[in-house]
Design a protein around this ligand. Structure first.
Ligand code: FEO
Length: 402
């Protein structure tokens, strides 16, 4: 190792080094609040054919090159493998190709199209399919396409000699740390960040998760290490994460209700409070997520293991309150399944928001409990009892289905 360089590689197995970058400043990843930053992981394989697995976001190119140089002259890299074309992993690829002039750049068949679409490459990428191999001389990389986990181009590669599965975004998390291995980090931190990542990145593709995990398991690769493109490397405990992916992908309803709402003059807030007490009174775990203090991606994380989604909005100018519209657009895109739900809200002269919420939940295939509660101006005790009873109804329905 060349200790005179500012950024050093980290050895993760006999022939593989982590040569990625740590982004301490990232706080928004296409709508996902990355409160703890992230890493862009790239990996260097010291095989006869020296190979780079993925690259990093464009501004981090020099950090990656420093880490590579700490182990080897970068110009010795003969192959680059792009497991995923999203620009946090490919942003510096054109410059890296110009600089390294590798003999070959590999991607999946759809990866070749995606990279060419992004960077106007012409015949620079060698497309590969599941079952094909990248011979590295003294070792071998096996290719497994994993379409929609989480982009059409996504693929895994497996290094036979070291048992390393390069899983691109799969099994990752947005977490900037100097520790490179999951077993060096507190389990509560890992559990929260892996759940948040699944809820916000992987959830819409849960059907593909189940089929991919099933077909991948049948391949019987002797996996020892799982090396995703974000967050720590798993040299132990990855089996538990695979099981969690299966559990999250199945989306079985659970005895937990999430109440999402915003408020204009505290009326919708009062309604939310009464609903939450009604749900809790029948023994259901209740999570209040007021939009004044809850980011949409943290709400998605709570919804991942919930059975009920209850949404409240005041009517503003014949419409949903803007924060509620934002959050619901985001949640709809994540396609949570098997939820029941209810709606509520206050209004002045047009109760449009509650009707719009109903339509939104129906479009998300959420089973509606009750007709929703609409309150003009300020709820009185009778209206609040109606809210409390709606909460009880939701709780009772959850108990029936869980
Ligand atoms: Fe980490 Fe889908 O990019």
């Amino acid at each position: 190792m060349n200790e005179s360089l500012p950024f050093q590689a980290v050895k993760i197995s006999e022939h593989v080094y982590w040569v990625g970058a740590i982004d301490w400043n990232l706080r928004d990843f296409h709508g996902y609040a990355t409160e703890r930053g992230t890493t862009y992981n790239a990996f260097l394989i010291l095989a006869d054919k020296v190979t780079l697995i993925d690259t990093v976001k464009k501004p981090f190119k020099d950090e990656m090159l420093s880490r590579i140089r700490s182990v080897i002259d970068p110009l010795k890299i003969e192959y680059i493998v792009s497991n995923h074309s999203e620009m946090d992993h490919s942003g510096c690829l054109p410059e890296i190709i110009d600089f390294l002039k590798p003999k070959k750049v590999f991607a999946s068949v759809r990866g070749e199209k995606a990279l060419s679409g992004h960077f106007r490459f012409k015949d620079q990428i060698t497309p590969l399919k599941t079952g094909e191999n990248i011979p590295l001389g003294n070792m071998n990389l096996s290719v497994v396409e994993t379409p929609m986990l989480h982009w059409p181009d996504s693929m895994f590669t497996f290094l036979d000699s070291d048992g390393v599965l390069f899983s691109q975004d799969g099994f990752g998390m947005h977490l900037a740390t100097v520790e490179r291995f999951a077993d060096e980090l507190p389990s509560e931190l890992l559990e929260y960040e892996e759940k948040k990542y699944y809820a916000n990145i992987i959830l819409p593709y849960s059907k593909m998760v189940l089929s991919t995990l099933e077909s991948f398991t049948k391949l019987n690769f002797p996996v020892k290490i799982v090396a995703p493109d974000h967050g720590p490397v798993w040299r132990q405990g990855w089996q538990k994460l695979f099981e969690l992916y299966k559990k999250w992908a199945m989306q079985k309803p659970a005895k937990k209700a999430v109440i999402v709402y915003d408020t204009m003059w505290e009326s919708t807030d009062k309604m939310a409070r009464a609903i939450s007490e009604g749900i809790a009174s029948v023994g259901i775990l209740t999570r209040m997520m007021p939009l004044k203090g809850s980011h949409r991606s943290n709400i998605a994380t709570e919804v991942l293991d919930a059975g009920a989604l209850i949404v409240g909005s005041p009517t503003l100018n014949d419409n949903l309150y803007p924060t509620v519209a934002d959050c619901m657009t985001y949640l709809k895109g994540l396609k949570p399944q098997n939820l029941i739900g209810a709606v509520f809200g206050s209004y002045g002269w047009n109760p449009a928001a509650v009707e719009q919420l109903k339509e939104l939940l129906k479009a998300m295939n959420v089973e509606l409990v009750g007709e929703g509660v609409k309150v003009r101006y300020v709820p009185d005790d009778e209206a609040l009892m109606e809210c409390r009873n709606l909460g009880k109804q939701v709780g009772a329905r959850l108990k029936e289905i869980c």
